[in-house]
Design a protein around this ligand. Structure first.
Ligand SMILES: [Zn+2]
Ligand SMILES: [Zn+2]
Length: 384
């Protein structure tokens, strides 16, 4: 039964303690509480705690799992769960290097924890070679590219189908033989520590991954895995109308599966650089256009920018500064659909800062005659 105390506390080391610090602390405490010294029952209990803590904290993978998931994590991987097997074997920190974060492995991790971890002896599901991991990557595009759609090349490192063996994992001419580890059963007995204590369980055979058979001579190029690390270029078709943070799934473009198992998928997260001209809200684009006082007063037809070019907009006479006009269908293209959103044009009446003598005279004249003057008593109301 795992102790309820924190492993770091038991060994009296910090969370960042090195392996050698962990070892040092363990040796000291194990010596102190060793049953051969004929101590009390309490000492014996402490000795067991120290051993348990050491077992986890001295193992890089178990320690990482403990830090992240607590005790259930560290003990999900029972003895016999070798690399690629049940439990944390499939969790390889190296998978997180390279192209972004790999959700596939996390998915596998949880699946293994819950199907292989606490099955209660009910037998494990028979699984073949494991499916390839999903990959996640990001690509950044310009606003204009989001308007028109674009094709991007993304380079990535992934485990791809081994060309030497075509993914079978077998050396040329090698026979497929019965797995000797499990005698063709695809399952092996393991002793697991669980929250209920130590129990014997049936787990997937780590050698053949539940298939019961394996190549007699593994492919020398991929060590029998059927896949190999490879630098590749992925072509990503980004549709018009894509928005910031949207993800494109490319089926089967993730890592190759083990020995011919299905590939994972690639998930490309698209970052769209903001436009220098438009505000965007989904398919709606907003733009502010300056017009002159005479244009606002008398009305005019002005050119306004659209997502793909420009169009004309009729400004009615008597338009106020800050008024917004809608131009239908000139906004952002709809994603994977026909048509586009609307363009909202907000006009701003520009007040000239430099006037010629003639212009000044005209404005002064306007001020005396037709100019928009505050009504009588308006200033008094404001308390001015
Ligand atoms: Zn191969
Ligand atoms: Zn086997």
């Amino acid at each position: 039964m795992p102790t309820s105390r924190d492993y770091y506390d038991i060994l009296g080391v910090g969370k960042t303690a090195s392996v050698s610090d962990v070892k040092k602390a363990y040796r000291k405490l194990a010596h102190k509480y060793h049953p051969d010294k004929g101590g009390t029952a309490e000492d014996e209990k402490k000795f067991k705690e120290v051993q348990e803590a050491y077992e986890v904290l001295s193992d890089q993978q178990k320690r990482a799992a403990y830090d992240q998931f607590g005790k259930a994590g560290a003990h999900g991987a029972g003895p016999g769960a070798g690399p690629g097997g049940a439990g944390f074997g499939g969790f390889n920190p190296q998978d997180f290097a390279g192209q972004g974060f790999d959700f596939g492995n996390l998915g596998d991790l949880f699946e293994q924890m819950f199907t292989g971890g606490f099955g209660g002896g009910g037998g494990t599901r028979r699984r073949g070679p494991s499916r390839g991991s999903d990959l996640q990557m990001t690509v950044t595009i310009d606003f204009d590219e989001a308007v028109r759609g674009v094709t991007k090349q993304v380079s990535l490192n992934r485990r791809a189908t081994c060309e030497t063996c075509g993914g079978s994992g077998a050396a040329k001419g090698s026979k497929i033989v019965t797995c000797d580890r499990c005698g063709g059963q695809g399952q092996v007995q393991v002793t697991r520590r669980t929250v209920l204590g130590t129990m014997a369980q049936v787990a997937e055979c780590p050698e053949c991954h539940g298939e019961g058979k394996r190549p007699e001579k593994p492919c020398p190029a991929c060590a029998g895995e059927g896949r190999k690390q490879k630098k590749e270029t992925l072509t990503v078709e980004i549709p018009a109308g894509i928005d910031e943070g949207q993800t494109i799934r490319i089926q089967g473009a993730g890592e190759a599966g083990e020995r011919g198992a299905p590939s994972g998928h690639a998930y490309v997260i698209v970052h769209v650089k903001p436009s220098k001209v438009f505000e965007r809200d989904g398919t709606m684009l907003g733009v502010t256009v300056p017009i002159s006082f005479p244009q606002a007063t008398l009305g005019d037809t002005v050119e306004v920018p659209t997502a793909t070019g420009k169009t004309t907009l009729k400004i009615p006479a008597g338009t106020q500064s800050g008024e917004t006009f809608t131009v239908k269908g000139q906004g952002m293209p709809k994603l994977n659909a026909a048509g586009a959103g609307d363009l909202k044009v907000t006009v701003q009446v520009a007040v000239p800062q430099k006037l010629t003598a003639e212009e000044k005279r005209l404005v002064e004249e306007l001020g005396r005659k037709e100019g928009p003057k505050p009504k009588k008593g308006f200033l008094d109301k404001l308390g001015l």
